[in-house]
Design a protein around this ligand. Structure first.
Ligand SMILES: [Zn+2]
Length: 518
């Protein structure tokens, strides 16, 4: 890391640690902030100045910390998957024409098409694409249309490759849809983790090419990513070692896809192992999956028995490993919370590992808030779901109740490639602030701009044990900033998502700068 001394001058500073500072200066040595405040005070804190960056007219906020996303998967999706989102597509017929066109261009091998959540509600036909239609578009080679990560529409060749032709021997939490004559429709839930994975070289290439224009360009300076294979982790490590990982990355190993909990614990690393750019965050598990049959009909797809889950949480707690536990039903959220309470009772000296429940902020029953709070469980929410997931009703994502109960909400973009605009923290902050009921009136669960900003700065940093280094602009913290075209606190709420990120700075170094001609 360079030990250059830099001054960032002239901007309006939203430090998230006190009042807004107008025309203040941030002094940075190496990758850390050494002073923030009046220009003369900041200059007095450094012995020499190597570079001055004038940010007059712009707003500087702490670099955004994405509490939960899929960095590798998103970059790989941009590299190899084919967008098939609705909108712009409005019919299955139109999508099939596009699938045929792409298949002609790529005549052999897997093609993964990425479409939207609740696709059946967003197309004129009012249903998902059928296997027979996909077979016409790609008769011999495997294709899949993902309607969100958890719902797959497969052609016959894809079903054969994945060993799903007859739908026998599947775990109970996968739904295998059949038509009235018993024939598979091609729609299967929870199949994403059986799809082919990328090589380490492919993952490196995808991250190198797309992480900048996708994450850095939206002011993201830190991510908590779910690595779904050992090669994902290798790719992150090789890029970090080469100095070309422009985003501070905390990775969570997927159990059981990548390793069992025993295998993760066997090599001894506790959460936080690593350096300032790449750290081991812990383990991600799915307590349940889609929570429906893939077509909106509620389904208990909990993947663990109570004993299995309690045992895993106990082991992780004893091993100093933080858990990200995906749960999208109140039942699964409650179970995960009870497992944490049990582990804390049996291992009181393990301390609070801040185990988190991913999507708790989207799907919890507010009656469970006191228990979640007393267990110290992290509540994670993805504000753009209120816009992008058509199934979201008025009781969905009760952010106001959570914040008013004194709980922080960890902001997550949950970027995978399903909702391209959702990768932007400002888009999510805007969604949390402008949340509407289904009727179109303002939701009582709207957050203030300050609360929504905290979701993607201080609260998300706390959610991964990094609040001492990230989440605000203060002396001693990393010099990680997003430089914005406007102050989110001063524009109309509906304009927040239009604010441009002009520059993104990680450890004092500019990793993204908007071209001046657009
Ligand atoms: Zn996720």
């Amino acid at each position: 890391m360079s030990e250059l001394t830099r001054l960032f001058t002239g901007a309006e500073l939203v430090t998230m640690a006190g009042p807004v500072l107008h025309g203040a200066t941030i002094a940075v040595t190496g990758d850390r902030i050494v002073a923030v405040g009046d220009d003369s005070v900041a200059r007095a804190a450094v012995h020499r100045v190597d570079e001055e960056i004038d940010l007059t007219g712009l707003t500087v906020v702490p670099g955004f910390v994405d509490g939960h996303c899929h960095l590798e998967m998103t970059c790989l999706a941009l590299q190899t998957h084919v967008p098939l989102h609705a909108p712009p597509f409005t019919t299955i017929a139109g999508m099939l024409t596009e699938i045929e066109r792409v298949r002609r261009e790529r005549p052999t091998g897997w093609i993964v098409f990425r479409s939207s959540f609740t696709l059946q509600d967003k197309v004129a036909e009012g249903r998902l694409p059928h296997r027979d239609e996909l077979d016409l578009a790609s008769p011999n080679e495997p294709i899949v249309v993902l309607a969100g990560l958890h719902v797959a529409c497969l052609n016959s060749a894809a079903m054969k490759e994945l060993g799903l032709e007859r739908g026998e021997g599947l775990p109970y939490w996968m739904t295998f849809h059949r038509d009235s004559s018993g024939e598979p429709t091609g729609t299967v839930t929870e199949v994403w983790d059986r799809l082919p994975t990328a090589t380490v070289e492919e993952a490196m290439g995808a991250i190198r090419t797309f992480s900048g224009p996708t994450f850095s360009a939206h002011g993201v300076t830190s991510v908590n990513t779910i690595s779904t294979s050992a090669d994902d982790v290798r790719a992150l490590h090789r890029l970090s070692r080469a100095g070309s990982l422009g985003i501070r990355t905390r990775f969570y190993v997927h159990v059981p896809r990548t390793a069992t909990i025993d295998e993760v614990l066997a090599w001894g690393a506790e959460s936080g192992f690593g350096d300032t750019m790449l750290r081991f965050g812990g383990v991600k598990i799915f307590v349940d999956g889609e929570g429906t049959n893939g077509l909106g009909v509620p389904l208990d797809d909990t993947k663990w028995s109570k004993d299995e889950l309690f045992d895993l949480v106990q082991k992780a707690t004893d091993g100093g490993v933080q858990l990200m536990m995906h749960a999208v039903t109140p039942r699964a959220i409650r179970l995960a919370c009870e497992a944490v309470v049990s582990a804390q009772k049996l291992s009181p000296r393990a301390g609070n590992l801040r185990h988190r429940i991913e999507h708790a902020g989207d799907y919890l029953d507010t009656a469970d808030l006191p228990q979640l709070k007393s267990a110290g469980v992290g509540i994670v929410a993805t504000p753009h779901f209120s816009v992008s997931d058509g199934a979201a009703g008025d009781s969905f994502q009760p952010l106001r109740s959570i914040v008013d109960s004194g709980q922080a909400v960890i902001g997550a973009t949950d970027a995978t490639g399903t909702v391209p605009e959702g990768v932007s923290p400002l888009y999510n902050i805007g969604a949390a602030v402008t949340r509407c009921e289904l009727s179109g009136t303002a939701s009582p669960h709207r957050l203030t701009v300050d609360e929504a900003m905290k979701m993607f700065t201080k609260w998300s940093a706390y959610g991964c044990h990094e609040e001492a280094e990230k989440g605000s602009i203060e002396q001693g913290k990393f010099a990680d900033f997003a430089v914005l075209s406007a102050n989110p606190y001063r524009v109309r709420p509906e304009q927040i998502k239009q604010i441009r990120v002009e520059r993104t700075i990680v450890g004092g170094n500019t990793v993204f700068e908007r071209a001046t001609n657009n």
